[in-house]
Design a protein around this ligand. Structure first.
Ligand SMILES: [Fe+2]
Ligand SMILES: [Fe+2]
Length: 196
């Protein structure tokens, strides 16, 4: 992934020298790259799970805080998501998914996950607009302010559901695929089945 993330990886996450990372050259299906990507993915998902919890917590606060306090909470959440979530999905689009498509020998392997990334980017753009709107909250009529808070709350819960589902899909499909790819590049692994 990004050089910053590479250096931040704990030893057990399997940090390797940047020269070995996918993205330093053309996509290559090597065992080492699949292993490294799987470990980075796992490490970063643990961080993003924490963020997903913050999204839900902010949604819960949306009806109880003054506009200025809510604006601060939303800004802090957006900053954290831009720093980790957006960079994570950029890395997946640019390095991890091409590797997976290469292993699967089709660009369709990650198509749905890429579409979900676009949906997340759009959701964050909406939240940016919500945050800007909160700055003018005191000038609004009570009904308009209430409507805006309800909309914001709905978008936050929507993003929470979106991200929870997306992470689960990646952990059920992408991680096992890369894991299997590290030992049998070119052959598609059996999908991991989870109970409902
Ligand atoms: Fe993703
Ligand atoms: Fe991910």
């Amino acid at each position: 992934m990004h050089a910053e993330h590479a250096t931040a990886l704990p030893a057990e996450a399997g940090a390797v020298a940047p020269a070995h990372r996918v993205g330093d050259g053309p996509v290559a299906s090597t065992c080492q790259e699949a292993v490294v990507e799987r470990r980075i993915l796992n490490h970063e998902h643990r961080e993003i799970e924490h963020l997903v919890g913050r999204i839900e917590a902010t949604a819960e606060m949306a009806g109880n805080l003054a506009a200025s306090d809510l604006a601060s909470a939303v800004r802090s959440l957006l900053d954290a998501m831009e720093k980790s979530l957006l960079r994570h999905i950029d890395w997946e689009d640019d390095h991890c998914f091409p590797e997976m498509d290469h292993l699967a020998a089709t660009p369709w392997a990650t198509r749905l996950l890429r579409i979900q990334h676009e949906q997340v980017r759009r959701a964050l753009e909406h939240l940016e607009a919500d945050w800007r709107a909160l700055q003018t909250e005191p000038a609004l009529q009570p009904e308009s302010a209430h409507r805006r808070l309800v909309d914001l709350r709905g978008r936050l819960y929507g993003l929470h559901a979106q991200m929870s589902s997306h992470l689960e899909q990646e952990e059920v499909v992408v991680m096992p695929f890369l894991e299997a790819g590290s030992g049998m590049a070119g052959a598609a692994p059996e999908p991991r089945v989870t109970s409902a």
